[in-house]
Ligand binder design. Structure first.
Ligand code: ZN
Length: 274
């Protein structure tokens, strides 16, 4: 009887009481925004598999600056923050609205850490490469949160915990980077290149650690040796993953909606909690 009552109660709860998933995406090469392949199709499937969010808060590897900041623009510009790509990539626009209200809410939640309200940034390719497949209509407001490059990995993991209430409020928090991101050994032959052994091992290490709930070694990745050093030559593409990890609720299951490698040294792994 009690079980039945609990089930009825759960079924009747308003959708806001079910926390939104949190997802880390390996964004890979920005040309994927114009492609249709197994990675982009998996991104689109993620978009169909989750409740429609009220807004998206994106933590992108490509806004790696010496402070915490959120975009407060009502209409954030599409930023083409790369060089050497074809004209058609520079023509891409992702005209999602911003949300000054969400920006201020994030600022409030992260207090006493100082978070500036930025109007000199918008949506960079870490965000729009993926969101153009996830939400192609660009009709969901998007706010970006920067990564403070002066802070240690533990800081990013802990800071994200303060954003937990947003999951109950229908905000989709995404991290965008790559678990393995080594451009020095990257091959432009794309998804058909055999991934390097150390890259495969580190990608697998992360998955197993997540399944075991071994959070501390993932935060303390600098102690993990050669595979980790080659996979994370600079922290920018890994730290958005630690933010998403900080938003995992106790005992929450993990799934990997996108798997594989691009160019042999870029893990496309997506990691979803909830
Ligand atoms: Zn990138």
């Amino acid at each position: 009887m009690l079980v039945w009552l609990v089930e009825v109660y759960i079924e009747n709860m308003p959708t806001q009481s079910v926390p939104m998933p949190v997802i880390f995406f390996g964004h890979g090469n920005p040309m994927l925004t114009l492609s249709k392949n197994r990675y982009t199709e998996a991104w689109a499937a993620v978009g169909r598999s989750i409740p429609r969010p009220k807004a998206v808060l994106a933590i992108s590897a490509h806004w790696y600056i010496r402070q915490s900041a959120v975009t407060v623009n009502a209409q954030p510009p599409t930023i083409h923050d790369f060089g050497g790509f074809p004209e058609e990539l520079f023509a891409v626009e992702y005209p999602a609205p911003g949300s000054p209200d969400l920006a201020r809410r994030v600022q409030g939640l992260l207090s006493p850490v100082a978070v500036s309200l930025a109007e000199d940034w918008g949506l960079d390719h870490g965000t729009w490469t993926v969101l153009r497949h996830l939400f192609p209509k660009a009709d969901i407001p998007v706010v970006q949160l920067s990564i403070d490059s002066t802070k240690r990995p533990q800081f990013h993991y802990e800071l994200a915990k303060s954003l937990m209430p947003l999951r109950q409020e229908g905000v989709l928090i995404v991290g965008s980077g790559n678990i393995v991101h080594n451009l020095a050994q990257y091959s432009w032959e794309g998804e058909n290149v055999q991934p390097l052994d150390w890259a495969v091992r580190f990608d697998q290490y992360v998955r197993v650690a997540l399944e075991r709930g071994d959070t501390s070694s993932l935060i303390d990745y600098e102690r993990l040796g050669r595979d980790a050093r080659l996979s994370i030559p600079t922290p920018d593409h890994y730290l958005p993953f630690l933010s998403i990890l900080g938003l995992r609720q106790k005992g929450e299951p993990v799934s990997f909606p996108v798997e594989g490698f691009d160019g042999g040294t870029m893990s496309m792994l997506a990691i979803r909690f909830g």
